[in-house]
Write a protein that binds this ligand. Structure first.
Ligand SMILES: C[S@@+](CC[C@H](N)C(=O)[O-])C[C@H]1O[C@@H](n2cnc3c(N)ncnc32)[C@H](O)[C@@H]1O
Length: 240
C-alpha cells in the first residue's frame, strides 16, 4: 500500500504536536496525549468519569471490551485511516442497540483544494483529486494550529469520498439518521476563510463547496419500534 512505517511517521508527528497544541490559541485546551489527557480531566473535574485507553483505532476492539450509548468522533479523524470500511466496523462494534455514532468532520471536498500563491482574494486552488485512493505523503513542517515548525514533518493521509464514508457505516449495520454538509470548519484551512462569532471559519461571500459535515447513525434496537428510535437532529453551527 505504502511505506510500511506510515503509522510511525504519523505517531511521531502527533506526539510532537501535543505540546504545541497545548499552547495553541485555537485549541484552548490542547489535544489528547495520555498523561496530558489525565491532567486535563483533573483540571475540569472529570477524573471520576473519564477513562483513557490508548490504541490504534483498528485495535480498539482488542483493548476495550465494552459497548456504549454514544460514539462521538470529531474533527480530523478519518484522514489518518487507510481503510474506511474497517473503521466503520470498529465504530459499529462499540455501539449498543439503540445507541448511535455522532460525528463532525472535515468534508472530503475541502481536501481537494489548498492555499495557492496568487489566487485572487486568498481563494484556494486545486490540489488533490477527490477520487484519489492511494496514500498521500506530505513532507511539510507547518501545523494547522501552531506557528512553530514541526521537527517530524512527514505524515500520511487518505482521502475518503463522502459516499464511501456513509456506505461503510450502513454496511457495518448502522442506520443513517441524518447527514448535514456545512459551509464552515474548525480551522483556517484557506486564507480566504473568515472567522465567525462561533469561532468557526467560513466563506467570505458565497458557499463555494462544503467545508465540513456532520452525521448521526444509529444501531436499531430490535426490541423497540422504529418510530420511538427517531431522534431529533442536534443543533449544528451552520448558516444553511
Ligand atoms: C487532527 S487530530 C484530532 C484530534 C481531536 N479530534 C481534535 O479535534 O482535537 C488527529 C488525532 O488522530 C490521532 N490518530 C492518528 N492516527 C491514528 C490511529 N491510527 N489510531 C488512533 N488515533 C490516531 C492523532 O494522535 C491525533 O490525536
Amino acid at each position: 500500500m505504502t511505506d510500511p512505517s506510515w503509522l510511525e511517521y504519523n505517531r511521531r508527528g502527533w506526539d510532537e504536536r501535543v505540546d504545541l497544541h497545548l499552547e495553541a490559541e485555537s485549541y484552548d485546551l490542547g489535544p489528547l496525549r495520555f498523561t496530558v489527557a489525565r491532567t486535563l480531566a483533573d483540571e475540569l473535574g472529570f477524573s471520576d468519569r473519564a477513562r483513557f485507553v490508548e490504541a490504534d483505532v483498528y485495535d480498539a476492539p482488542k483493548v476495550l471490551n465494552e459497548v456504549f450509548d454514544l460514539v462521538f468522533i470529531n474533527w480530523g479523524a478519518l484522514c489518518w485511516l487507510p481503510d474506511i470500511r474497517r473503521w466503520a466496523e470498529v465504530v459499529a462494534h462499540f455501539i449498543k442497540p439503540g445507541g448511535a455514532l455522532y460525528q463532525i468532520e472535515n468534508h472530503p471536498c475541502a481536501e481537494v483544494f489548498e492555499n495557492q500563491e496568487g489566487m485572487p482574494g486568498g481563494m484556494p486552488g486545486y490540489s488533490i483529486p477527490y477520487f484519489t485512493r492511494e496514500a498521500l505523503r506530505f513532507d511539510d513542517p507547518s501545523d494547522y494550529a501552531s506557528p512553530s515548525p514541526l521537527q517530524n514533518p512527514v505524515r500520511y493521509e487518505w482521502s475518503h469520498p463522502l459516499g464511501e464514508i456513509v456506505s461503510s457505516l450502513i454496511a457495518s449495520g448502522l442506520t443513517l439518521n441524518w447527514l448535514h454538509e456545512h459551509d464552515s470548519t474548525s480551522f483556517q484551512r484557506y486564507s480566504a476563510l473568515v472567522k465567525d462569532s462561533y469561532g468557526m471559519y467560513r466563506w467570505p461571500d458565497k458557499g463555494w463547496f462544503p467545508l465540513s459535515f456532520s452525521l448521526r447513525a444509529g444501531r436499531l434496537d430490535t426490541r423497540v419500534g422504529r418510530a420511538e428510535q427517531q431522534s431529533r437532529p442536534a443543533k449544528v453551527i451552520s448558516n444553511q
